[in-house]
Design a binder for this molecule. Structure first.
Ligand SMILES: C[S@@+](CC[C@H](N)C(=O)[O-])C[C@H]1O[C@@H](n2cnc3c(N)ncnc32)[C@H](O)[C@@H]1O
Length: 381
């Protein structure tokens, strides 16, 4: 498992020693005030309460978003807070890290190795990480209510496509709570090994679910999925695995399979996330795009950038024009049709796009660490 365990990204990780060393610049020295006496205050909000009858489970993503840090709060009293902007020390530290990373990029030879067959490294990943495959994603239905709608008993025929489904961490929890006898769940991944893992899962049930190999940036649609037939596409920490040169084709494919009005449920890494900041020398592929120690690629998104990508209107800088595996250079448009004069209309409405920021605290070491994820819902026009 690499330090940045891709499949553990939705859990609140416990900071490891390596991380503690790297973030020592952020150590906060001030003394910890005594925790408030809660028996005296019946008004202590549940996210700050230590009363087992009343407190909120603080590391449970299901309650994500409600752990506000107020002025006067003791940061180190709990291990996670939501909606916390990074402090100046962390911003400065991040910028220093980014400058160091840019100064020591991946060599062209290595770039070619990682970009030419990315599925190979994901196959290795799934071969090596069997123990950590399955995680319960309780937050899914809460964050994406459409998953309740399509799995309700009376929902009628509904098709859900999960892209980059990996070992099925998202697919199997959906299946487990499904009450709709007419639900069809297609779980696709370009890693053969991931698909093998899903197919051999005890809950794999072909009556409701089909796991297949599919590259979202290819020019074909997933096996058994027709154009304009899918109600919901789920993309959870998959888009970050694509090269920027693959974004356009991926968005077009998702647009093709969705019914008009169909919805994309999206969650992925945000720029400035600790996983980005802690990359060392020799990992930088291009701006915000890195290679992990296990050879898998990861991109960190800005909010505006995602809104642009999912509008589906690509300019010539990011346009793939048929690039495969992110290794081809973008081809300029023909002189007769410069992109600026092609009237393209957006493919999706951005219904919701938010930045999920959390501050994680290593209470023993007095370290503050910032995580940053992007979450959105995009609707096919
Ligand atoms: C970080 S993992 C996330 C897996 C799963 N969605 C989850 O959240 O547990 C990224 C997944 O995307 C898959 N992937 C990467 N590039 C892909 C592509 N071009 N097409 C389909 N799947 C891809 C990888 O094989 C891997 O399973």
């Amino acid at each position: 498992m690499t330090a940045d365990t891709a499949l553990a990204v939705d859990a609140v990780p416990s900071p490891d020693l390596e991380l503690a060393k790297q973030t020592s610049a952020l150590t906060v020295q001030e003394a910890i005030p005594e925790a408030g006496d809660e028996t005296k205050s019946s008004r202590t909000p549940p996210h700050r309460s230590h009363d087992p009858q009343y407190n909120m489970k603080r590391s449970d993503p299901f309650m994500f978003g409600s752990r506000y840090l107020d002025e006067g709060d003791n940061v180190f009293e709990f291990n996670a807070w939501d909606h916390v902007e990074t402090d100046d020390a962390y911003k400065e530290y991040s910028e220093q890290q980014f400058a160091m990373q840019r100064a020591s990029p991946v060599s062209d030879f290595e770039k070619n190795k990682f970009n030419s067959d990315p599925a190979r490294f994901w196959n290795l990943f799934y071969k090596n990480n069997t123990a950590n495959f399955f995680k319960n994603r309780k937050w899914l239905q809460q964050e994406f209510p459409v998953l309740h709608t399509v799995t309700a008993e009376e929902a009628g025929p509904r098709v859900v496509l999960e892209v980059g489904a990996g070992a099925g961490n998202t697919a199997f929890p959906i299946l487990a709570h499904n009450k709709n006898p007419k639900l069809r769940l297609h779980a696709c991944d370009f890693s053969k090994k991931a698909v093998e893992v899903m197919r051999s899962h005890a809950e794999y049930n072909t009556e409701f679910m089909q796991a297949d190999v599919w590259d979202v940036a290819s020019e074909v649609l997933p096996p058994g999925v027709e154009e304009n037939t899918v109600d919901v596409v789920l993309m959870v920490f998959i888009f970050s695995a694509l090269s920027p040169l693959q974004w356009e084709q991926a968005v077009k494919n998702i647009h093709r399979v969705l019914k008009p009005g169909g919805e994309v449920c999206f969650r992925d890494y945000g720029r400035g996330d600790l996983a980005q900041v802690r990359f060392k020398k020799g990992r930088y592929l291009e701006e915000n795009f890195y290679i992990r120690g296990d050879g898998t690629r990861v991109y960190f998104f800005e909010k505006d950038e995602l809104a642009r990508i999912w509008s589906g209107v690509f300019d010539e800088e990011t346009s793939t024009n048929g690039a495969k595996d992110g290794i081809s250079e973008p081809t300029p448009n023909t002189p007769q049709q410069p992109s600026a004069v092609i009237a393209k209309s957006p493919l999706f409405d951005i219904e919701e796009l938010g930045v999920d920021r959390r501050m994680l605290v290593n209470r023993a070491k007095k370290l503050k660490m910032y995580r940053c994820w992007m979450q959105g819902r995009f609707r096919k026009k």
